[in-house]
Design a protein around this ligand. Sequence first.
Ligand SMILES: [Zn+2]
Ligand SMILES: [Zn+2]
Length: 54
Amino acid sequence: MAECITCKTQATGQRGIAKFDCPACLKHQIIRCARCREIAAKYTCPACGFEGPN
Ligand SMILES: [Zn+2]
Ligand SMILES: [Zn+2]
């Protein structure tokens, strides 16, 4: 099960989602839905507090 880190939408099976490890700590997997990518919604890594648009 995977959900968008910003809007908590269920992301499994969605098109255009982005999945990557946190660029700061590499410990937490960041998942973003297509909509949040489109509007460049901010996310915060729950592991290290890193904030970023991508
Ligand atoms: Zn989202
Ligand atoms: Zn992090």
